[in-house]
Design a protein around this ligand. Sequence first.
Ligand SMILES: O=C[C@H](O)COP(=O)(O)O
Length: 252
Amino acid sequence: MRKNIVAGNWKMNKNVIEAQQLMFQLLEYKKNNTTNCEVWIAPPSLYLMMAKDLYEQDEIGVFAQDMSEHESGAYTGEISADMLDSIDATGAIIGHSERRQYHGETDSHCNRKVKLALDKGLIPIYCNGETLEQRKSGQHLEVVKNQTETALFTLTAEEIKKVVIAYEPVWAIGTGETASPEQAQEIHAHIRSLIANKYGKEIADEISILYGGSVKPENAQEIFSQTDIDGGLIGGAALKIDDFSKIIEGFN
Ligand SMILES: O=C[C@H](O)COP(=O)(O)O
């Protein structure tokens, strides 16, 4: 079902004490405030079990920042869908542009990961988005189309309904430069129409599509108010409770 979601991707930040403190702060915030969106975090994998232990009532969704395309075996450093399922994680981010840029991840890898996640009942947050060069040369719609089709269009209608998509223009990630609400809306509507063409409008209208890229307390409300934007995948501003809670309040 299409939901409002604010998800914090902590990336490779925070030692264990700092991570625990922010997890506690978020729990306190959730207990003392009514939120009009789901709140999810993706801390470093080392801290996933700590988050699951703390959020006993599943107040906050707990996601891995990545997940292996393999089921098990000799894959040093990797975490499997089965392992995430065994700690009752909510899901995993898949295909983040930093995984694509620094670890050679492709949409074919993403396709395998998304399927493995769904098979275990995990929610995949599938990320896509164009580079600055691709946007400047007017290829952004085509790039996002190819990414979405390769990674997701082998799924059944029942499966794709369970996927959350995060559109993250690479040029807006960690740069302070945000896509304008209109630029983001254009791509979100484009993604939704691609899904509608393939699976039907009813299915497309059930899928949450998040925007990611320099979302801050100052711009969250305007971005979230766009018709096809169902929330945000937040990087830097998810690392401080004050900023993250103000972004959550973008849905108030
Ligand atoms: O996963 C989050 C995105 O990469 C956005 O990061 P940012 O909010 O620091 O630009």
